[in-house]
Structures are given as structure tokens and as C-alpha cells.
Design a protein around this ligand. Structure first.
Ligand code: AHR
Length: 330
């Protein structure tokens, strides 16, 4: 099966040359001097948190790629809170880092702090998640997936799976964290596709915060309040895996009694898919680090970079998961 991360950029992006470099640190608030001192590029990166297997793989990709590209990474973990990210970005500005990159916890509310970065002449790169501010001059580029498309792929699989059937299909949905781009977009992309056929009914939809624990807890409440669930659509693997535990504890067979669709394709999700506990996974690649470092270098050099760098992704059935698992990197 073809693929992995590739970037739809006119002209293509060259991989950053590998230079042994320093590691990452959670020092957004340390007050260290950032840009000055030597020729190394300093990147301030604010991560969402550590809510999922996807996020862990994404953090590793960013840290490893910064080290191999010889970029001094100032890494800050927002622990799922927008206020922590705003604080980290302000600290990066004070430290005069060369470039700021961040994966926004939520879509809204970034105008003020990004204007401060712009006024300080520090280029900003959005990674993984977009913001909803109409002022696109606040950031240089956005590298990441098309989450609406991911939701559509999930819906398209479902439509095909129930083709020719007329009975109602009762769906429960585990949403990602409220206000986050992947939660909003995966919900709307999926809804857009299934609305064409009234037999598909979303009978319950609630956030599971992109975590296994919340996915399990919310699925337990769904199972208690909804006696007739046909399908679970979870916005990521972790919530789906938590839900599988709840389904099994309720004496039902995940993947058979309740069909399950998830997004991400991390190893644990792919393993459950290969065991037919999940029926379909839409891939979302976390391996953004190498392309991010290349963009950081270009932004620092004042080169023109595309406004949108899209990651290319696929989907997996159980058979495809079995084939892909041995070489899966995350
Ligand atoms: O923004 C990407 C999403 O965030 C992943 O799909 C999810 O697992 C993560 O927490």
C-alpha cells in the first residue's frame, strides 16, 4: 500500500539536512535568550498536551526532527489549555525566538497574541490544527491534515457498508475536545456525507476529549441510555479503544455487535482493527516534524512558503491494517 506523509507543495519541499543538534526542553518560561548568541535557529513550539497516542508520536516527530535539523527547540506542553499556549507564545516572544510554531488547542481566540508575534517580527507556523481567524497574515503557513475530508471518508465508508439496506442505522459519536479543529471538522465532514440518507441517525454525540479514559466513560453512558446502537464513530483511535473496553464490559462484541469507525491509525488502533474490533480507520499522520523543520528554516530565511501544506493520508480496513502493522512507525 502506497503512502506516508507527503506534502502537496508547489515545487516540493527539500528535507532539511541532518546536523547533530541539541534536544528539546520544556523551557518556554525559562527566560533563556532565544535567537541571539549563535547561528542556530531557535524554534519555540507549543504542543497541545499528551492526550493521545497520536499526540505522543507528533511530539516525538517534532523533537527528533529538530535535533536532526540542528534547530534549538524550546518545547512547551500546554496540557490542553489555551491559556497555557498563549502564555508560552508570549514567553517565546520575550525570548526572541526565531520562529514560533504551535498546534492550537482550540480554533478561536488567537488574534491578540498572534498580532503580538507579528509586531515582534517573529514568523508563526500553525502545525496540525488551524485557527478560525480570518486574518491569514497572522501566520506564515499551516501544515496539517484536512480534517473535514477525514470526517467525509468515515461517512463514505458507512454509506457503502449499509448500501442497499433500509433499516435505521443508529450511530453514537465520540467527539474530540470541544472547540478543536479536528473535533469540529470531523463532525461536520461526517454529517455532510450521511445526511443524504435519512436511515442514518446520530442518536447521541458527546465529547470524549480525545482520551481513552473519557472515551470509555462516555461510551458506558451511551450503552446505558441507548439500547440499540449499531455504529460508533469516534474522532480518534484512543476514544475508540476506550469505548471498546466499555462495549466488552457490557457483554457486546466490538466490531460485530457495534461497528466502529475511528480516525488516526496509531499502532494500538491498527492492532484493534486487525483483530476486527474496529471496522475502519481514517488515517491522520502525526509525522509532521521533518516538513515543519524545513518550513522553519525557510521562514527564518525570509523565503516564500506556501500558505497551506497538506498532509496526504489514506484509510485502512482490517486486511490493510494486518499488512501495514509490521512497518508501522507509531
Ligand atoms: O489534532 C490531531 C488530533 O489530536 C488527533 O487526531 C487526536 O488523536 C489528537 O489528540
Amino acid at each position: 500500500m502506497l503512502r506516508r506523509l507527503s506534502v502537496a507543495v508547489a515545487g516540493g519541499l527539500l528535507l532539511a539536512s541532518a546536523v547533530a543538534g541539541c534536544g528539546a526542553s520544556d523551557d518556554a518560561g525559562s527566560g533563556n535568550s532565544g535567537g541571539g548568541g549563535d547561528d542556530k535557529i531557535t524554534l519555540g513550539f507549543s504542543q497541545v498536551g499528551a492526550e493521545s497516542g497520536w499526540r505522543t508520536a507528533n511530539t516525538k516527530s517534532v523533537q527528533d526532527s529538530a535535533a536532526s535539523a540542528g534547530i534549538d527547540l524550546k518545547f512547551s506542553d500546554a496540557q490542553g489549555k489555551q491559556e497555557n499556549q498563549i502564555k508560552a507564545i508570549r514567553n517565546f516572544i520575550t525570548q526572541r525566538v526565531d520562529v514560533i510554531a504551535f498546534s492550537p488547542v482550540v480554533e478561536s481566540g488567537w488574534g491578540t497574541v498572534l498580532k503580538e508575534a507579528k509586531d515582534a517580527n517573529i514568523p508563526v507556523i500553525l502545525t496540525d490544527r488551524a485557527i478560525d481567524d480570518p486574518d491569514t497574515t497572522l501566520y506564515k503557513t499551516f501544515i496539517g491534515s484536512d480534517f473535514v475530508e477525514e470526517g467525509k471518508k468515515a461517512g463514505q465508508w458507512l454509506v457503502k457498508e449499509y448500501e442497499g439496506k433500509t433499516e435505521t442505522v443508529n450511530i453514537v459519536e465520540l467527539q474530540g475536545s470541544p472547540g478543536a479543529a479536528p473535533a469540529n471538522d470531523r463532525k461536520s465532514g461526517f454529517a455532510d456525507v450521511i445526511k443524504a440518507d435519512p436511515k442514518f441517525k446520530v442518536i447521541a454525540s458527546q465529547t470524549g476529549q480525545f482520551t481513552r479514559t473519557d472515551g470509555k466513560a462516555v461510551m458506558e453512558t451511551f450503552l446505558k441510555s441507548q439500547p440499540d446502537i449499531d455504529v460508533l464513530y469516534a474522532h480518534n483511535d484512543d476514544m475508540g479503544l476506550g469505548a471498546i473496553e466499555a462495549i466488552e464490559a457490557a457483554g457486546k462484541k466490538p466490531g460485530t455487535d457495534i461497528k466502529i469507525i475511528t480516525v488516526d491509525a496509531v499502532k494500538d488502533g491498527m492492532t484493534a482493527l486487525s483483530e476486527n474490533k474496529i471496522n475502519f480507520i481514517v488515517e491522520c499522520s502525526p509525522l509532521l516534524g521533518p516538513q515543519l523543520m524545513d518550513l522553519v528554516k525557510k521562514a527564518k530565511a525570509g523565503e516564500t512558503i506556501p500558505q497551506r501544506v497538506l498532509t496526504e493520508e489514506t484509510t485502512f480496513t482490517p486486511e490493510q491494517a494486518k499488512e501495514a502493522l509490521p512497518s508501522r512507525k507509531y
